[in-house]
Each structure stands twice: as C-alpha cells, then as structure tokens.
Design a protein around this ligand. Sequence first.
Ligand code: AMP
Ligand code: GLY
Length: 424
Amino acid sequence: MNILILGSGGRESAFAWKLSQSPKCGQLFIAPGNAGTSQYGQNVNIRVTDFEGIGRFTLDNAIDLVLVGPEEPLVKGIHNFFLADEQLKSIPVIGPQREGAQLEGSKDFSKEFMFRNHIPTAASKTFTQDTLQDGLKYLATQSLPIVLKADGLAAGKGVLICTTLEEAQLELIEMLTEAKFGEASSKVVIEQFLQGIELSVFVMSDGVNYKVLPEAKDYKRIGEGDTGLNTGGMGSVSPVPFADAAFMQKVTDRVIIPTVDGLKKENIPYKGFIFIGLMNCDGEPYVIEYNCRMGDPETESVMPRIKSDFVDLLLGVAEGNLNEKELIISDKTAATVVMVAGGYPGEYLKNKVITGTENVHESHVFHAGTSIQGEDIISTGGRVLAITSLQDNMFEALQQATADAARVYYDGMYFRKDIGFDLL
Ligand code: AMP
Ligand code: GLY
C-alpha cells in the first residue's frame, strides 16, 4: 500500500524509517519531509495545511493511508476535509477529526473532558476577557506557584508558571486583554501547580480499542541540568525507569481507559495517537496535557523499540481492529540526543553545512530541520538532527547517542550531554 506522511521533523523521520521497513509499505511519500526522509521515501513539496494540495496528491498517487505527524492540520480539520470529499473519504487518515483534536487544540476543552470523565488532573478554572475580574480574584485565592495556560495552540509557548500573585495577575491581564498569545489566549486556564516528574505516555486508538506504545521522557530545557529556556525538546529516553508496572497500571486504569471510553461515550470519533503528558506526583499519575499526535523527540525513541510491523498497527487503527494486531516492544533502551542550531531557541543560525553523519554507525541519524542544497545537507531549522541509539541498557544507549552526536559537525551546533543521566 502507498502511504503519505505529513510533516517535516524528527518525528516524521522516525515514522518514515519505521514504515519503510514494513513489507506492507509500497510507495512512501513525505510532505514536505526533510533531507533525511528522502532516504526512506519520496519527499513531496506540499505544506501540511494545504488540504487541497494534499487531497489532489493523494488521489493522483493512489495513496492508501495518510499519517499525520503534527497537530496543526488535525486541529484545522484535515481528517474532516477527507471525510467531506466523495473521492477521499474512503482513504484512512491516522489522526483524529477536528473535535477529537480539541484535546490538544483547546486546554479548556481537555480540562472539561477530564473533569467529566473523572481523569486525575490539576484543579483549574477557565476565564475570558468578560470574566477577567473574577479571574484576578480567583488568582488571589490560589497557592503559588500557579500555572496560566493559553487555551489554544501557541507553538509550545502558551504556558506560564508564575511564582508571585502580582506576576500572575499581570500575565492574566496581558493574555486576556492584550492577546499576548493572539487568539490562543482569548481564554486562559488557571491551573494548580503540580510537583513531580513528567513522562509522556502514548496510546494508539481505533476509537474503541487501544494499544499502549512505549512511554518516554523528554527533556525540554536548552541547558544541561534542565536549565534555561524551553525548547521543542532536546532529547528523550524510553523506557522510563520510574514508570514501572504498578505505575503504568494506574495510568491505564485511571487515565487511558477513561480517556478512550470517554471519547466513545461522548461520540467523539478518534482514530490516531493520544499523547498523554503526565506528572508522577509521589507515584500517582496526573494528566498535564493531551496532544492529538505523537511527541517529538519522543517518537525517535519510541519507534526503534517497536518490533511489530507498524503499518499493520496503523491499519488496525484505520479498520477498527486494533485489538487483533500484535504490538511487541523491545526491552532495550532507546536514547535520543537532539542537535540544535546555534542560538536556538532564540534567533538561530541557518544554512550551515552538516558533515560527519557518515561516521555514525551505532545510532540512527533522524533528520529534523535539514534540506538538501546541491551536494550538501544544510541546517534549516532550530532542531537539526536527532541521534537515537538502541542498546541493552540505559547507560549504553545514552553514552552511544551522545558519542555519536559528537561525530557530526556544523557551525554553531549544540546538544545536551546530560540527556537521561538523571534517570540512571
Ligand atoms: P504544556 O504546554 O501543557 O505541555 O505545558 C508545558 C510545560 O509546563 C509542561 O511540560 C510542564 O512542564 C509544565 N506544566 C504545565 N502544567 C503544569 C502544572 N499544572 N504543574 C506543573 N507544571 C506544569
Ligand atoms: N515533546 C513534546 C511534544 O512533542 O509536544
């Protein structure tokens, strides 16, 4: 079967690598892809939000399945676009329709969903410009620190953790009355701060059945020791040692099953991935957020641990028989080190020639922000490459991925050398 992957990051590189190994995979296309994805399939120059273009390409190239990487096309309704078209509606899209994508697209929607379905999460209340005064008074009754979240998609920037009441009130005013995060902050969720250690849990669902993929931990801060600015993700590790069987059983019983059943009960069709951002608070799981897609850079650590045919699993999602599919997970450890551009996550260097990837033999080099220019591979994004190593134990995986990152060079390159070492 012919498959089209939408997206251009490390996540999509890891998807493309995995799908291309399946005997069920015919032609593989990635739109728009990057310099690395062209090793596994053919890149197509179409933006992920160009639904008309994607639809036309799908028909012209006899695509049998579309796998959506990032959230934006899902929140904007690419799945609905396919369903509304006579010719496209029979072609499965992996990723929820607009309403299900609201789990990520609206923090207020996801909080209400969790409250209705008794899924453990931090206490919260939502305010708008009309209820600003109530919001300011509410803040005064809360303990510190306190978390303010723009309701809508804000490119990972819409969450503020405020340590004083004055700061929180000022931020609330800016978000609601000065559109600090644009339309995304026309509603603001004020949420209790949770103390604990985070992990990412990934579920595949066909709307009725589900499978739990390997969990992962990601490292969001730019600096070693988890310091400095937030980024898209500087590395990841899977499995997560503290997510032992007892903890994962709690996650399944209290979060995964109520989420899948809640969607079904509320008639929200959901065929795709549910990414559950969890806080482990003294052994108890609390949901921080849902995403309607896989994580990046978590996918780079998750895919290498899946031994089963991933195309077959995607078919299970599409056809509603995921319960009949096999998911075998390797007990090895995968570690991913993300190599970023100089200056990232601020203004960063671009168009730097990347060398040395041919010297990496014990790790996967998943491309993220790269393109091909003549004979060269150049950096074009903030996150440039993701180096993933799968080894017998965590120490070896971390050491190998870190050593292999050092074999690659481009001007201004940077990567954290401490990914995962807190877990050893
Ligand atoms: P989000 O955009 O929802 O992923 O939030 C970004 C980050 O803010 C999360 O990964 C957490 O590290 C942090 N965060 C969000 N909500 C809370 C909370 N209620 N308590 C503590 N930290 C939080
Ligand atoms: N790694 C976090 C995310 O993909 O949102």
